[in-house]
Design a binder for this molecule. Sequence first.
Ligand SMILES: [Zn+2]
Length: 83
Amino acid sequence: MARSAQTATSAPEALGSLTQPGARVGIQCRMCQSERVTRISMELADGSEVQFTNCLECENRTWEAGDELLSVDHVLSRAKRKL
Ligand SMILES: [Zn+2]
C-alpha cells in the first residue's frame, strides 16, 4: 500500500459557498437539482452508451454520453438508425 505524502492544500475561502462537503456527487437533476432521479444506462443502435436520467420532481429528462449532454432528438435519431 503506497503511502501518499499529501499536504493539505489550502482551499480558497471564496469558494466556500460552492463546495459541497464530502465531495460525493450524487446524481442530480440539471433543472431543479433534485436527487430524486432515476438513471438508466442504455446502448444505442450504433453501440454508443448513453445515460438516461429522469427527474421525479420536475419530470425533466436528460440524455448523456459520458460528460456530453445529448438532445432527445439526437438520441432518437440514433436509436432509429439500425445498421
Ligand atoms: Zn428536476
